[in-house]
Write a protein that binds this ligand. Sequence first.
Ligand SMILES: *Cc1c(COP(=O)(O)O)cnc(C)c1O
Length: 331
Amino acid sequence: MKTQPPGLIDVYLAKRKIKKSIYRTPLVKSPGLREIVTAECYLKLENLQNTGSFKIRGATNKILSLSDDERKRGVIAVSSGNHGRAVASVAQKYNIPAVICISETVPRNKVQAIRELGAEIVIAGKSYDEASEGAEKLQVERGLTMIHPFDDPYVIAGQGTIGLELIEDLPEIDTAIVPLSGGGLLGGIALTLKSINPKIRTIGVSMDRGPAMFESLKAGRIMEVIEEPTLADALVGWIGKNNAHTFAIIQQFVDETVLVSEGEIAAGMTFALERHQLVVEGGGAVGIAAVLAGKVKEIGENTTIVISGANVDLPVLIEVAQKSYPYQNIG
Ligand SMILES: *Cc1c(COP(=O)(O)O)cnc(C)c1O
């Protein structure tokens, strides 16, 4: 197993490897945000990505790095939904058996999508971390290869390809605002951007309900958090007591981390729907939420916001939009 931390070259290697499996998602201007913060704001639309989130990038890069023997034996993943869907999709494409461990809290639309891709679903426990423990046991019992959702050099490099696309589309980019949970997404993007231009500001956004990376950064060591229900269900879970990569990468390459409330997330989702006709899940809308709420200390002249996923359960989106239109804070 590769234990070296990923670098820029790994991101370029990932770019070539995953090219045929992913969409080159658009970067669009947001006139509405421009009005609010008086700086150009661009949205990177990974909600339009294959499987409805960026997770397909890292999952593809990791699975394509496995040996024939590992592929034959199969893969296992623990997921809050989107990573499981991505792994199931790649596994289906290459005829690899896949087991996805989820907790009882994963929204039904995400469970349904995983099931439709033919993966075996194991519901293990009431939280992401209980599902994690279940997956570790099954991995050993069945000789499967674990596809980690964030703490893996191939996964981080895969997510980092978003950073390359940001620079290609907007060489003058000076700020990147990115949803943050385990840190594969922000870690990959930040290491890519900072390696190419150290002046670019990198900012992570988490929900204020159980923000594991935020608390760990503050304490300077891995902190456990209590999982709470949140609109940003894709961001739940802690970063792992044996975190090997993402904690150090975030410490090294990230300038600022901010938290948003449930009402602010709802406002972000509603803004995306009303101003951009975009369906964005809670975890995908935290960047917009942070900008709307004035939480980011320094907004640059050319700010990019990663919209990381679309997979919201429709009744939830309808309720959120009805309650928070026109994007007032519903607390
Ligand atoms: C997984 C996920 C994130 C967080 O990614 P990490 O690599 O765990 O930080 C953000 N948004 C969505 C939609 C996700 O599925």
